[in-house]
Design a protein around this ligand. Structure first.
Ligand SMILES: Cc1cc2nc3c(=O)[nH]c(=O)nc-3n(C[C@H](O)[C@H](O)[C@H](O)COP(=O)(O)OP(=O)(O)OC[C@H]3O[C@@H](n4cnc5c(N)ncnc54)[C@H](O)[C@@H]3O)c2cc1C
Ligand code: FES
Length: 277
């Protein structure tokens, strides 16, 4: 299915992932490539972008963190309620032919990476997942990743599961120890999560010359290239068409990466770690 106009579909199941995150299983097909997103119309509120996930052809899912007005309204919805969907939109991740890949995710980032992991395993590619969260309840999709046979490297801020600290550190240590039992080399790296995490992964990959791709989120309105809301400086690429998946070489040209983004009104908003620069 590809739709430029919203199609009304039924919520088939709601999985409560943790206090802040729910997965909505949708009764309908969405023929997407890993890394692409949908624009979801929440009746009475707004239309918002979410990463696409699917475990079987007859249904797809979105995993949503309740952060503001629309996502909180979505969390109030129930099984059999209807949502509108457009898409799929945007660029997709590209897998290597063989080898071993690392997926580094924080927050709801695993949603955009799940189908990449699934496709990689189907092609016999080794998948290492470096998953980070505030605590063990917020580590998403653990059982699904285990079922796929991915190697899990977990990190939590409070140490309730895995390494106490950031998943970036676990990844960096693994890459540094490439000859050792707790280390290895990756054919390609993929990262989706908070931009500060993506920036640190990008720095490691540039330094070590490891090919990588990031998903770069920018405020989106139309989702398919006409409003210009999601253009990035100075190149003007639209993150809903040329992105959100961007490779490491192209990323070097996006000078706003990890420095600032634009709000709904187009105003530049510096990231907290870049405020005094
Ligand atoms: C390509 C892409 C994929 C995404 N995938 C997911 C996902 O899988 N799960 C998930 O929970 N969230 C995802 N998001 C973020 C999600 O779209 C926002 O959290 C959501 O729009 C917040 O809306 P709100 O009204 O609840 O919050 P608001 O209070 O309006 O905003 C809260 C935060 O979300 C950002 N945001 C708000 N509206 C948009 C918008 N239209 N486009 C981009 N950012 C916005 C704001 O900048 C702010 O930082 C994705 C965003 C993009 C661009
Ligand atoms: S959201 Fe309109 S051009 Fe990208």
């Amino acid at each position: 299915m590809f739709n430029e106009k919203p199609v009304a579909l039924l919520i088939k199941e709601i999985i409560i992932e943790n206090e802040r995150v729910k997965t909505f299983v949708i009764d309908g097909e969405m023929d997407f490539k890993p890394g692409q997103f949908t624009m979801c119309w929440i009746p009475g509120f707004d239309e918002k972008p979410f990463g696409l996930v699917s475990r079987k052809k007859s249904e797809f899912m979105i995993t949503v963190a309740a952060v503001g007005t629309s996502t909180k309204a979505l969390h109030m919805m129930e099984v059999s309620d209807m949502l509108g969907f457009r898409g799929p939109f945007g660029s997709a991740f590209i897998l290597p032919v063989s080898g071993s890949i690392a997926l580094i995710a924080g927050g709801y980032g695993m949603a955009s990476l799940f189908n990449l992991a699934k496709e990689a395993r189907e092609k016999g590619i080794d998948v290492h997942v470096f998953l980070g969260a505030r605590n063990k309840d917020e580590l998403l999709y653990l059982d699904w990743m285990k079922e796929l046979g991915a190697v899990l490297h977990l990190a939590t801020d409070d140490g309730s599961e895995g390494y106490k600290g950031f998943n970036v550190q676990v990844f960096e240590d693994w890459v540094k120890n490439e000859g050792g039992p707790r280390g290895g080399i990756f054919t390609k790296v993929y990262t989706v999560g908070p931009e500060i995490m993506e920036m640190k992964i990008a720095s490691i990959c540039w330094e070590k010359s490891i090919p990588f791709e990031v998903s770069l989120e920018r405020y989106m309105k139309c989702g398919f290239g006409i409003c210009g809301q999601c253009c990035v400086d100075p190149v003007g690429w639209r993150m809903c068409v040329e992105g959100p998946v961007i490779n490491g070489e192209k990323l070097k040209q996006i000078t706003e990466f990890s420095k600032y983004h634009r709000t709904a009104s187009g105003k530049i908003e510096k990231y907290p770690w870049n405020k005094d620069k």
